[in-house]
Design a protein around this ligand. Structure first.
Ligand code: SF4
Ligand code: SF4
Ligand code: SF4
Length: 311
């Protein structure tokens, strides 16, 4: 008998559902093994039919999200948190940096697309005070982070949850799949992202560019550093950061930059706070992160957003 799979989309951008479609021929193989009974981007199914596996994209930000998630949980045997928003809050979780009223004011009080400052009517979902990953609301059986998750890991994760194959996912960081070499490069100064041709094989950190590959879980096979872009941690923190409360990306990256370039750890901290505004951009809404020193960043990375438009 085919397994029944149901999906839903909470406060997310739909990119995770699009990534599922990106499975191409792997999706075809999967469809032969499963019946998709509810997929918001593919079919008009408002109810929550009984299913073996539920796949949820997005964080919980509104009363609608909370009710939908509880209905989904009640309708499925196994639930997968799909994508960094569902697992950690993801980009949707950046709302955690701001007060609810400030978010509403920034979005609705004036600006070119809402010059009259109208607020949503009574039928619209009500924004909750904060934003949380889905396991703060319901029990979750499996986690597939990524923004969006990489097709290889989607297929592997779904097959494992469906019992088609054993799950063998790496617990390594992005660096494990990156070809760049971490070499000493004394004197390199901290700077933003450009990469020169002759340095294509040199690790970003050796060049004085902040790359979060060493503190990010490898659920992607390192496409960004391979394309000349430093990793910004979209699959969330590495296993050591999740399991060791005393570890923080600021001191781990600071230590590595210090070792490779000689830049002091104090300078790295200053750079993170004042110039780069480096934080757990994809996981800051997760309680896993809330004991870390970088969360101080809420004080200075999350100033009240100014209303759009205006003087
Ligand atoms: S994890 Fe990324 S792709 Fe998925 S819903 Fe969130 S923002 Fe969109
Ligand atoms: S820190 Fe970045 S550039 Fe350096 S090895 Fe790791 S992923 Fe590659
Ligand atoms: S390299 Fe980093 S930013 Fe790029 S996809 Fe992987 S985790 Fe995300």
């Amino acid at each position: 008998m085919k397994a029944r799979v149901s999906t839903d989309w909470l406060s997310g951008c739909s990119g995770c559902h699009v990534a599922m479609v990106d499975l191409h021929e792997k999706l075809l193989g999967l469809v032969e093994e499963v019946d998709f009974v509810r997929v918001p981007v593919l079919m008009d199914e408002k109810d929550y039919p009984k299913a073996d596996v539920g796949v949820v994209e997005g964080a919980v930000r509104s009363d609608h999200d909370r009710v939908a998630l509880e209905k989904m949980r009640a309708s499925v045997d196994k639930l997968i948190a799909f994508g960094s928003c569902a697992v950690y809050g993801g980009p949707s979780g950046l709302g955690w940096l701001h007060e609810r009223d400030d978010v509403m004011a920034a979005v609705y009080d004036g600006g070119p697309t809402n010059a009259g400052g109208e607020r949503p009517d009574a039928d619209a979902p009500i924004l909750e005070d904060s934003v949380v990953p889905i396991d703060e609301v319901v029990e979750v059986d499996a986690y597939l982070p990524g923004c969006p998750p990489h097709p290889y890991f989607i297929a592997a994760g779904l097959r494992a949850v469906l019992g088609v194959s054993d799950l063998q996912l790496t617990a390594m960081s992005v660096c494990a799949d990156c070809d760049r070499k971490m070499l000493k490069n004394e004197g390199a100064e901290l700077h933003r992202g450009e990469v020169t041709a002759e340095k294509d094989s040199l690790c970003f950190l050796s060049q004085g560019v902040v790359c979060l590959g060493s503190v990010s879980l490898n659920r992607c096979q390192a496409p960004c550093p391979h394309s000349g872009v430093a990793c910004f941690g979209c699959a969330g923190p590495s296993v050591d950061l999740i399991t060791e409360p005393h570890l923080d990306l600021r001191n781990l990256i600071g230590r590595r930059l210090n070792m490779l370039t000689g830049v002091s750890e104090e300078e790295v901290t200053r750079y993170f706070q004042e110039d780069a505004k480096t934080l757990y951009a994809y996981a800051v809404a997760s309680p896993v992160i809330h004991g870390k020193p970088t969360v101080e960043i809420r004080e200075w990375a999350g100033p009240k957003p100014a209303a759009q438009g205006g003087e």
